[in-house]
Structure formats: C-alpha cells, structure tokens
Design a protein around this ligand. Structure first.
Ligand code: ZN
Length: 255
C-alpha cells in the first residue's frame, strides 16, 4: 500500500516521504539526520531522492543522504551538481515498485522548478501553497501564472503537497486585504479557524486539494483555466485576471 508521510524541519519546511511497503523515496530532504533517524525507526529502505528546485532549504540534506544510502538523485537542470538524473517535463520516474511519478515542469519560483505527479498526488515544491503561491526568484511572473494554470488543469481531487507551512499567513493576507473573489469570505474565515486550531496542536495544514484551493486561493482563481469558466469571479475594474494575479503577487511580497 502507498502512503505519504511528512517530516517537519527548519522553521516551516516539510519533507515528504512516499512509502510502499518498506521502501520509500524522499522529496526535498533538507535535513539528513532527521530523515536517517526516521528511516531507522520505521525500518525503511530509501530508494531515491527527488528534488523540486535549487534552494538550500530543499537540498541541504541531499549529498549526505546520497553518500550514506547510495541512492539515485532526480532533480531539474538547476540542481545538476547533485543529480544522477536530470529531469524534464513529462519524464517518468519509476523507482518505487510500479508507483510512477511524472515530472511536471513548473517554473516561476525558480527557472527550472519541477513538480512530481502520481495521480492523485502532486508534490509541487514552492509553486503552490495552500491559499497562496510561491515568490518569484530567478524566473518570471508569467511563468508562475502558467505553472499554476497547468496545475489547475489537473483533476479537482488532486492532493497537493507543498513544501512549506504558510497557510495561516496566506489566509491572513486574504482576510486583511478582503480578497474573496467568489464572495465567500465567511468560508475563508471559517477555514482559518480550523487551521489555526490544527497549527496550535502541531498538526500540519497540508496536504491540501485542488478542489479546496479553487474555493480559497486567489492565485488559483486568477488562472485562465479557472477564471474563464467562472463568471462569478469579481475583479477590480480595469484589471484582467493576469494583471490582478501580478498585483496580488507583488502585494504579498511585502505582507
Ligand atoms: Zn524555494
């Protein structure tokens, strides 16, 4: 049976592990000792390391883990120096006993950022967060817009596994600025209450689902694949969906 398990590290990072029986792969392991400890306690055999992008809080445990366990590393062009296999859009990774992952190119946060998709799961790194999206570093807002649009074309039951616990901050941004594009602020505020209680009890707010993000996440709601089909969405005058997306992303940078 397939399972996903999370290890929390640094301030708000999540390391996701996908398990099949006693074998597992790890995504964005930024902390080798924590992963090693976990593998030992649960008697798991690591079979591969997957990287979404080249930021230290995602890759800092990769070299040490690879040296200890002698497992292959899959990552995008920007993590070339760590990769055994450099992956591109649509590549298939088949390392976990018939649990195949499809590589999705998702630039925007970084230039060569990728996600890993095994229906109905998407490990999206720093592209999509619950109620928010990633910051733009060495890529462009257009790329981020297109990557979120690509994610939003997946089925609504897609389970999203982002790499950071940013949900409360993202919801606060939405509430403070009164951004409820579907006129559903009561749902957003209600959801924040639930998440706040989870966080206080040290329960992750993630994973989330595409279904939920379409209800609460203004960045997802602004993508073409959603906006064009939802005549209920109200944007400020003189703004199209891309301009508003850009406006929100810039505003969030200073929130
Ligand atoms: Zn990052």
């Amino acid at each position: 049976m397939l399972k996903v398990i999370v290890i929390r590290t640094l301030i708000d990072n999540y390391i996701w592990l996908v398990l099949k029986n006693n074998k597992c792969l790890v995504i964005d392991p930024s902390n080798e000792p924590l992963v090693t400890k976990f593998l030992k306690i649960y008697k798991l055999q690591l079979v591969a390391i997957l990287i979404t992008h080249n930021h230290n809080d995602h890759v800092s445990g990769v070299s040490a883990l690879r040296n200890i366990y002698q497992v292959p590393v899959y990552g995008p062009k920007e993590t070339n120096y760590l990769n055994n296999y450099t992956v591109k859009d649509n590549n298939v990774i088949d390392v976990l006993q018939q649990c195949k992952f499809i590589v999705l190119s998702l630039p925007g946060h970084t230039k060569y950022h990728v996600g890993y998709y095994h229906y109905p799961w998407l490990f999206c790194g720093d592209t999509l967060f619950s109620a928010g999206c990633g910051r733009i570093f060495n890529s462009s807002i257009e790329n981020m817009f297109n990557s979120l649009n690509k994610i939003n074309k997946l089925p609504s039951n897609t389970i999203i596994f982002p790499s950071h616990e940013y949900t409360i901050n993202n919801l606060d941004f939405i509430i403070t600025n009164n951004i409820a594009l579907l006129n559903n602020m009561f749902i957003i505020k209600y959801y924040r209450r639930i998440i706040k209680r989870m966080i206080l009890n040290k329960i992750p707010s993630l994973p989330t689902s595409l279904y939920l993000e379409r209800i609460i996440n203004p960045f997802i709601q602004c993508t073409n694949s959603f906006y064009n089909e939802n005549k209920l969405i109200k944007l400020p005058k003189n703004m199209n969906n891309f301009n508003y997306f850009k406006f929100l992303r810039n505003k969030k940078d200073t929130f």
